[in-house]
Design a protein around this ligand. Sequence first.
Ligand SMILES: [Zn+2]
Length: 123
Amino acid sequence: MEASRLEHFKQILLSELRRHARHVGDEQANAIDAANDGAKESADLALRDVISELALKLGERESQMIADIDQALLRIKEGSYGMCVRCNEPIEDRRLEALPTARYDSACQTQIENENAAARPTL
Ligand SMILES: [Zn+2]
């Protein structure tokens, strides 16, 4: 993925993160900005600290979303962002725009949902 596209998704993810952080308090939201402003290497570490602290303070559902954002930011850093973790095909741009934390392309997502539905006992 092009650097400019990666930066675009990174900004979306960071603003999502800020939105969750505000539920905890302005202090946490500011901490994200501060962490992201710093020098590059330490900024990543600082941001991860803020994220893990945040996850502790949020409820289960929001913590899960924070974890997804955290994982997506890691994939951006590692250069695997935007690739399906199951089949390694690029995830559709439209899908990433709608769901920037997506790990699967839509074909795999559908298959996984079908498998889950099949595994679930019918009532
Ligand atoms: Zn896939």
